[in-house]
Each structure stands twice: as C-alpha cells, then as structure tokens.
Design a protein around this ligand. Structure first.
Ligand code: ZN
Length: 194
C-alpha cells in the first residue's frame, strides 16, 4: 500500500497542466483543509462521473438527454457548429452571436497520432444533416483543426451544404508588427469589406 500523500500527489499530477510542484502544493492544501472541504472535493469529482454524460445527438456534456441545445426548439435548426471538444461550446455561447445547433467531434484528425475520421463523431454528424443549410467548422486553428476542417468541407459540400470556417485573425489590441505570419495571413484571407 503506497503512502496516501504520495498517492494523492500522483493522482493530481495526472491532471492537465498540473506538474509535480503544483500537485504537491494542492495535496498539502487538502491535508490542512477541514475534512468537509476535502469530502466536498471528492464528492464533486464523483458526481461529474456519475451524473454527466455525452448527449446522444451532439456529444455535448449533459445531465439530460437530449441536451439543452438539441432540445431547445427556439434554436436555429438549419445550422450546426462543429467543434472539437465539449468545452469549446461555452465561449461560442458567450458571444451571443450563435443560436444554431452544435456537434462535438471529440477530437481532431491527426494522421501522425493515428486518429482518422472513424475515430471522431463524423458518422454521427452525417446522420444529422436533414434540413441543415450551413455547417460552421469551429475546429482549432492548428494543423489538426485545419485538416479536420478541410476533410469536413470535402465531405459536406457535395451534399449541397454551405461549409464555413471561423475567421481567425489578429487579437483585439494586437500589433501588426508582433503578429506571427500565420495569424496575419489568416487575417488577410478573412478580411471584410468596410
Ligand atoms: Zn445535444
């Protein structure tokens, strides 16, 4: 049986962006915290695993199936916004600019990591195209996200669906001289008439 403190540090170290130093700091914090606080943390961890799951239609994380987006009749059912991960949806919702449906791929295409179209929720997307006029591809602006966007465009355009991609450009408050050429290139390509 391993030392309980070492075990906690080990488990915390597995979390994304938590290194051994941070894990040690959190473990010692928990050690000093009142038992009720530690129990609340442990229960919260278990609760997300017990009560939440992926929506059977769009893969959003939800406690009810279908999720609040799929179930909401007021949303625009002619548009689907495709994202890589469930946590990509909240920032888009916060803009207040989008009222359509979502579809979470649960990843992005990556030939060198062996992730092909069959490993993503692309077949499920194809079953949802009835009445869809536009698919907005909001995958990340990196190699995998771009490859996924191109693949989806090739797949969906022949079905008469308009495929659009988020315009990635300069951050607000940014300087042209400090903007990398990929970002600046995307800004140019995505320019709009004034
Ligand atoms: Zn859903």
């Amino acid at each position: 049986m391993s030392d309980p403190l070492a075990r906690l540090i080990g488990e915390l170290s597995r979390l994304p962006s938590i290194g051994p130093k941070t894990a040690t700091r959190i473990a010692h914090y928990v050690l000093k915290a009142p038992p009720a606080e530690a129990r609340a943390l442990a229960e919260a961890l278990l609760e997300v695993k017990e009560k939440l799951f992926h929506c059977s239609l769009c893969n959003v994380i939800t406690a009810a199936d279908p999720c609040r987006f799929c179930a909401d009749e007021r949303r625009d059912r002619s548009r689907i916004c495709v994202v890589e991960e469930p946590f990509n949806i909240e920032p888009i919702e916060r803009t207040g600019e989008y009222l359509g449906l979502y579809h979470v791929l649960l990843g992005a295409l990556s030939p060198h990591r062996g992730i092909g179209p069959d490993r993503l929720a692309i077949p499920a997307l194809l079953t949802r195209l009835d009445g869809i006029v536009e698919v907005i591809v909001a995958t990340n602006p990196n190699v995998e996200g771009e490859a996924t966007a191109l693949y989806l465009a090739r797949l969906l355009k022949p079905r008469g669906i308009t495929v659009t991609r988020l315009a990635f450009g300069m951050p607000v408050g940014g300087d042209i001289e400090y903007t990398d050429e990929v970002t600046l290139g995307r800004s140019l390509a995505g320019r709009r008439e004034m």
